[in-house]
Design a protein around this ligand. Structure first.
Ligand code: AMP
Ligand code: MG
Length: 439
């Protein structure tokens, strides 16, 4: 099918992709598998945190009245009745004139009202050998002798109260939260082993081109290493997806179709690179424009399975998008030049991945920056994305490399894309431009 010579704007193409996509159905995942995913349930705290009052210091659990007049010259002398280690279950009762040696995180024993850090004491003297500490029991009977306390303490000092972090019944996390390391830590702390989230989309990346050789293999004349499938797989991972890299497929329609068909089973999105322009051997275009029944009905009145378009964009003019197979899996066909493929990924595939994840931020951050060098010629009628280096301290951006879509080293040195709008053909040095931040 053909839409003739219609030229799509960048935003029209993006819009037409995103309106076809819905966030993936939530599933229950183990905590570490849920990292980076969006929570779809409100999580309430079943038991207060901390679950019991505990010491924030290594020191002595005491009664406030016993040491209210303590000074360095006239320390309060207390009988040490035992040790309380973190994890202790059985606790000694601290009575007037007594103290219990206590470790950080250990439960404050009954009778004690505060903890004095070991630095406020003489460290405990006399009474023979130190009491043996065990992780799971206090030693209510083993007296360790005496301790001299040099300063008074306030009620509750160095004690973390039950529920002082969060009380039972309170919200720990709300639906929509992206689970980063601290959120995963909180879920673990409140005893959750798994949570309901939107899963990471599975992205199958395949490159096309009979000239492509796997990195690590020697190059024969006329051949190049397949870099796109690596860059795009890495980019899909960085966007939050589970990415599967399929090795380069040769420029044969049947091979490509069979490979895509095989891959559909594990794909929420298929991304191809190369073979979408107007040359001979443009295999993706050939294979997917005429897929017909082998990939099932599209069912929304569209006349093609994958539509190939010309975009008002540089690099990245030829693009394909459609939905294929029984699951109507979205497929984005990107151009083959490495910079074109990568820029296209950033502009179209990444937002698609983020949409499937239900992510709150679908798009990259765009900032205004002063372009420190002039951009002398930019194609009229096409939105140009030049590679740049952004300096957030000065709010400036410097173009890196030229406009050539084969310049992979410059791409590797860049951290942003400089946007030159359709109507602009030159940017003088010192002018403000839009900058898409890439990390
Ligand atoms: P195509 O769109 O397939 O004609 O590819 C355009 C240009 O990008 C050609 O010079 C290809 O050799 C190059 N190219 C295509 N695919 C890849 C790839 N996977 N890795 C590196 N270069 C590629
Ligand atoms: Mg090719």
């Amino acid at each position: 099918m053909s839409h003739g010579d219609r030229v799509w704007s960048v935003s029209e193409h993006l819009e037409s992709i995103l309106t076809q996509l819905r966030p993936l159905e939530p599933i229950e995942l183990q905590l570490l598998d849920a990292q980076g995913c969006v929570l779809v349930e409100d999580v309430t705290v079943p038991v207060a945190l901390p679950p019991f009052p505990n010491s924030s210091m290594d020191g002595y659990a005491i009664r406030v009245a016993d040491i209210h007049a303590a000074t360095a010259e006239h320390p309060a002398v207390l009988e040490v009745i035992g040790d309380v280690a973190a994890g202790a279950g059985e606790l000694p009762t601290v009575r007037p004139g007594q103290a219990a040696r206590i470790m950080t995180g250990a439960p404050v024993p009954p009778g004690a009202e505060a903890v004095v850090p070991v630095e406020w004491t003489d460290g405990g003297t006399g009474g023979g050998p130190a009491v043996t500490m065990t992780a799971h029991s206090a030693d209510p009977t083993g007296a360790a002798g005496e301790v001299r306390v040099h300063r008074p303490a306030e009620h509750g000092q160095f004690v973390r109260d039950r529920g002082s972090d969060v009380a039972a019944g309170e919200l720990a996390l709300t639906a929509g939260t992206v689970l980063g390391p601290p959120q995963i830590g909180l879920l673990a702390a409140i005893g959750r082993g798994s949570v309901k989230v939107r899963p990471r989309p599975r992205v199958v990346v395949l490159s096309t081109g009979s000239e492509l050789v796997q990195p690590g293999e020697p190059l024969e004349p006329g051949r190049i290493h397949d870099s796109n499938s690596f860059a795009l797989t890495a980019a899909a991972r960085a966007a939050g997806a589970i990415a599967y890299r399929v090795g380069a497929v040769s420029d044969e329609v049947e091979t490509l179709r069979a490979t895509i068909e095989d891959q559909l089973i594990r794909a929420d999105i298929v991304v191809t690179s190369g073979g979408v322009s107007v040359g001979a051997y443009d295999v993706v275009k050939e294979a997917l424009s005429s897929l017909g029944d082998s990939f099932g009905e599209l069912g929304d009145g569209a006349s093609g399975f994958v539509e190939f378009r010309k975009l008002a964009m540089q690099p990245g003019k030829p693009q394909g998008f459609g939905r294929i197979g029984p699951e109507r899996t979205p497929l984005l066909a990107l151009p083959g030049n490495p910079v074109s493929a990568y820029v296209s990924f950033e502009l179209f595939v990444r937002p698609a991945i983020r949409t499937l994840m239900g992510a709150p931020s679908v798009h990259r951050e765009v900032v205004r920056a002063v372009c420190v060098a002039s951009i002398d010629s930019s194609p009229e009628g096409r939105r140009q994305f030049l590679r740049g280096h952004y300096d957030h301290r000065t709010g400036t951006v410097t173009p890196v490399g030229g406009a050539g879509s084969h310049l992979v080293r410059a791409l590797a040195q860049a951290d942003c894309l400089i946007v030159v709008p359709e109507a602009v053909t030159a940017v003088p040095a010192g002018q403000d431009v839009d900058v898409v931040l890439l990390d």
